[in-house]
Design a binder for this molecule. Structure first.
Ligand code: RFL
Ligand code: PHB
Length: 389
């Protein structure tokens, strides 16, 4: 088999890249390790930057998002059960879109299928070869048979645990990492959301977040110690803990119900440099991880795909390789700014095990400054709705 670009990973980064390249007339094959049902059942991100919204529209997959998604002009922040609002629209002229990653992935699969795109799922042992030469190829096993795809480029969109990043030689690859000493216990419940906009809450018992998927589906999180087991958290214990951490009026309004999904996710900041090695490009979680506090993970993946698809389009259309040569530098410049924002939101809102009384006062001052300063709110809003590409 031969194609122009082999894309490893059928998550949002890989599928969107495949869809955009298809619209540029460039052929791709997507190799995905898991089954489609598995990929489509993962509950993950919920908030789209406005640049992500525009990219999805440009890719021809924005119609259902525009019908069913919720445009939010701002968000609530809270400290010690008292909330205030940051108005993104007033500060930046832009809102965000609340539309689940599960739905984005669903729409992308539908678009790739409708266009006759090749997505090979349950591809085992995927391995790129010859990435530092002119003629790379990728091997994989499907139903017990080994296959080979020759190509011009390989896009590593295979997430944090994928195979692509490890293909960059150890002497070239540099990794930067911070692991946080807590996780998020998340619950999805078929209940109306407690608030018209998200609530990010700092509390002495730990962080809490009230989010949503639609008018009947809510998503809530509470900060928990890393050692906690999800089985030890009953639904009642979760709701009690959430109620304690959010503003009183929200706690009074909260409608509870059985959890339809419950899981604990650790928090990590991670960046791998460079994001290109020879004919391999890394995009999305394969190259970087952010803690979920700033809602940046999916959006960063979309940003990388923007740089990568414009670089590949210029290569095939005009024989122009500046975009390929500068891909890593351009993508990383935006990645680091989003890493900073996610780290800042995380540090401001969580309770750290070693937090001193001084650290505590710093956190309180940071939040008080944000509550009262238009400049501080504008800086937060500019990052939350998404920095320009
Ligand atoms: P994905 O989604 O992990 O997809 C990678 C795909 O590659 C496949 N794969 C392989 N395929 C072939 N061969 C191999 N060897 C392979 N190894 C892996 C995997 O099966 C998978 O299908 O990465 P991608 O596309 O880069 O997308 C990144 C986003 O999924 C991620 O950043 C976000 O979900 C992060 N995130 C959030 N991002 C936001 O923008 N806003 C949010 O509100 C938000 N909330 C969250 C989040 C992530 C969370 N968790 C669980 C980590 C909330 C949570 C709780
Ligand atoms: C979510 O709805 O899952 C969500 C929203 C905002 C975040 C993280 C997760 O910052």
């Amino acid at each position: 088999m031969r194609t122009q670009v082999v894309i490893i990973g059928g998550g949002p980064a890989g599928l969107l890249l495949s869809q955009l390249l298809h619209r540029d007339g460039i052929e791709t094959i997507v190799l995905e390790r898991r089954s489609r049902d598995h990929v489509l059942s993962r509950i993950r991100a919920g908030v789209l930057e406005w640049g992500t919204v525009e990219m999805l529209r440009a890719a021809g997959v924005g119609a259902r998002m525009d019908r069913e998604g919720f445009v939010h002009d701002g968000t609530y922040l809270a400290a010690q059960n008292r909330g205030f609002r940051v108005d993104f629209k007033a500060a930046t002229g832009k809102p965000v879109m609340v539309y689940g990653q599960t739905e984005v992935t669903h729409d992308l699969y539908a678009a790739r299928d409708a266009a006759g795109g090749t997505i090979i799922d349950e591809a085992e042992g995927v391995m790129p070869h010859g990435l530092d030469g002119d003629a790379p190829h990728v091997t994989y096993v499907k139903d017990g048979t080994e296959h080979r795809i020759d190509c011009d480029f390989v896009a590593g969109c295979d997430g944090y645990h994928g195979v692509s990043r490890g293909c960059i030689p150890a002497g070239v690859l540099r990794a930067f990492e911070r692991v946080y000493p807590f996780g998020w216990l998340g619950v999805l419940s078929e209940t109306p959301p407690v608030s018209d906009e998200l609530i990010y809450a700092n509390h002495e018992r730990g962080f809490a977040l009230c989010s949503m998927r639609n008018a009947r589906l809510s998503r809530y999180y509470v900060q928990v110690p890393l050692e906690d087991r999800v089985e030890a958290w009953s639904d009642d214990a979760f709701w009690d803990e959430l109620r304690r951490r959010i503003p009183g009026d929200a706690a009074d309004r909260l409608v509870t119900g059985p959890a339809v999904e419950k899981s604990i996710a650790p928090l990590r900041s991670f960046v791998a440099e460079p994001m290109r090695w020879g004919r391999l490009f890394l995009a999305g979680d394969a190259a970087h991880i952010v803690p979920p506090t700033g809602a940046k993970g999916l959006n960063l993946a979309v940003g990388d795909v923007h740089y990568l698809h414009t670089a590949l389009a210029a290569h095939y259309r005009d024989g122009e390789d500046a975009g390929i040569e500068t891909y890593s530098e351009r993508a990383l410049s935006r990645v680091w700014k989003c890493e900073r924002f996610s780290w800042w939101m995380t540090t401001m809102l969580h309770r750290f095990p070693e937090q001193s009384t001084f650290d505590q006062r710093m956190q309180e001052a940071e939040i008080a400054y944000l509550e009262t300063s238009v400049a501080a709110q504008t800086a937060m809003a500019e990052n939350y709705v998404g920095l320009p590409y």
